[in-house]
Design a protein around this ligand. Structure first.
Ligand code: GLU
Length: 281
């Protein structure tokens, strides 16, 4: 497989797979097949409070039923905390991290003027309250944030070319964009010591992913991922963000939309071909 196409499907085992997941898995798997490559499964179970073994088992069942296959064993993020810690240590060595003790309430209170409440990929842009704290002063219960201004000063401009249908073409992100529209994101949560962004970047590299295929809702996360890849010296994969599956009212399916769970359609007698039709494949 050296040098070939590799993508991944990376669900969190926090609920049943629904039609949106089916579309995502089938799209990634279809692109891998078309390229003569592989789709890997990755279980994104870094949040121990929300991840459940029964949902993980259901992911394997649903994918087998859909006809989506992948090499085993699969990667599980809960087994890779040492790798995330190592990446964090490397970033710490670059001087781009700081500990943060702000609660959501503290952040809201700091954002008094409405124009300061700009929203980025992870919600409101962090106002920088703890930015002067040093990592040596971190205490248990602190989150760890990326100082995006310092990080961009090291990384320089970021760019990539998107191949998905909604954002096709070249995109560039400079320091001003990153400071105003992304902000100092959390890289290690106080409760489990890593974050979606850090884990995904470390694992896409570890799995030698050449193209990330995922929903358009995660397009906004790309600049953070490009920045972390640059700082950590990891290769940048290509990106393909697919359209989102919406309900009859045009609203996109929530992460936990049990009404559209694949298991429910299956119990009602639907076939994998019916599911493909329902998601427009
Ligand atoms: N685990 C994420 C989710 O379930 C997907 C992450 C990704 O594809 O980058 O939404």
């Amino acid at each position: 497989m050296a040098g070939g196409y590799v993508t991944r499907f990376a669900p969190s085992p926090t609920g049943p797979l629904h039609l949106g997941h089916a579309y995502s898995a089938l799209t990634a798997w279809g692109r891998a097949r078309a390229a003569g490559g592989a789709m890997l499964l990755r279980i994104e179970d870094i949040d121990p409070a929300r991840s459940k073994p029964e949902w993980e088992a259901a992911i394997h069942d649903d994918l087998a039923w859909l006809g989506v296959d992948y090499p085993r064993p699969v990667m599980r993020q809960s087994e890779r905390l040492a790798e995330y810690r190592a990446a964090l240590a490397r970033l710490e060595g670059l001087g781009v991290l700081y500990p943060c003790r702000c609660s959501r309430g503290d952040i809201r209170a700091a954002l008094s003027a409405p124009q300061e409440g700009a929203v980025g990929p992870d919600g409101v842009i962090y106002p920088g309250t703890c930015r002067r704290r040093a990592m040596v002063d971190a205490v248990a219960g602190d989150a760890i944030r990326l100082d995006i201004g310092r990080a961009m000063a090291l990384a320089g401009g970021l760019e990539f070319t998107e191949s998905g249908p909604e954002f096709t073409g070249a995109h560039r992100f400079d320091a001003a964009f990153m400071c105003e529209r992304v902000g100092d994101v959390v890289l290690a949560r106080r409760d489990f010591g890593t974050s979606y962004h850090l884990s995904v970047v470390v694992d896409d590299a570890a799995q030698a992913v050449t193209e990330v295929v995922r929903g358009a809702d995660l397009f906004e996360a790309v600049p953070i991922h490009l920045l972390l890849q640059r700082l950590l010296g990891l290769p940048a994969p290509a990106y393909h963000h697919h359209r989102l599956i919406r309900d009859e009212a045009g609203k996109r399916l929530a992460k936990r939309d049990d009404a559209r769970a694949l298991a429910k359609y299956r119990a009602e007698g639907a076939t994998p071909a019916d599911i493909r039709r329902m998601v427009g494949l």
